[in-house]
Design a protein around this ligand. Structure first.
Ligand SMILES: [Zn+2]
Ligand SMILES: [Zn+2]
Length: 151
């Protein structure tokens, strides 16, 4: 995980560290994911186009897949949601999702660093990820006047 605000050369180093060639679209996508945590593909395409100009959906999908495989980007997909991407990888943090507007926030493991990776019974599996999704209403939605509560 990066500390502070990463610069373009930090992103270039991340790509090289993952043995990915540094290209404009890769840099643009990595920067977009970092600047917009939990953005979906369409939002990322919008941001990337503002940065590098016209780029195809397929090109952005391909870059997202390569970055995900390389571990530079984490793909999350809460049930009922489209895939979203974030640059905070490797810490097994969890997510809280608003049932109403779909906003996503990060949640650290409840105890210590990654206790959820220590299953009570691992059935012999080498576990490398645990996924916990908390569902509820975000502050904006829980204070918004609801039309359905008054019979
Ligand atoms: Zn909400
Ligand atoms: Zn996250």
């Amino acid at each position: 995980m990066l500390q502070g605000v990463p610069t373009t050369s930090d992103f270039e180093r991340m790509l090289r560290g993952a043995t990915l060639r540094v290209t404009r679209p890769r840099l643009a996508v990595l920067t977009a994911v970092h600047d917009h945590p939990h953005a979906d593909t369409d939002s990322i395409i919008g941001v990337v186009r503002k940065d590098v100009g016209e780029v195809s959906h397929q090109a952005v999908y391909d870059v997202l897949r390569a970055l995900t495989v390389a571990g530079l980007v984490r793909r999350i997909q809460p049930s009922g949601s489209v895939a979203r991407y974030e640059s905070r990888t490797g810490d097994n943090h969890h997510h809280i999702v608003c049932r109403s507007c779909g906003v996503v926030a990060d949640v650290d493991c409840a105890v210590g660093t990654t206790p959820c990776l220590t299953a009570s019974d691992d059935h012999g599996f080498a576990i490398d990820e645990a996924e916990v999704v908390y569902w509820g209403l975000c502050p904006a939605c829980s204070t918004a006047p609801s039309s359905s509560v008054h019979p």
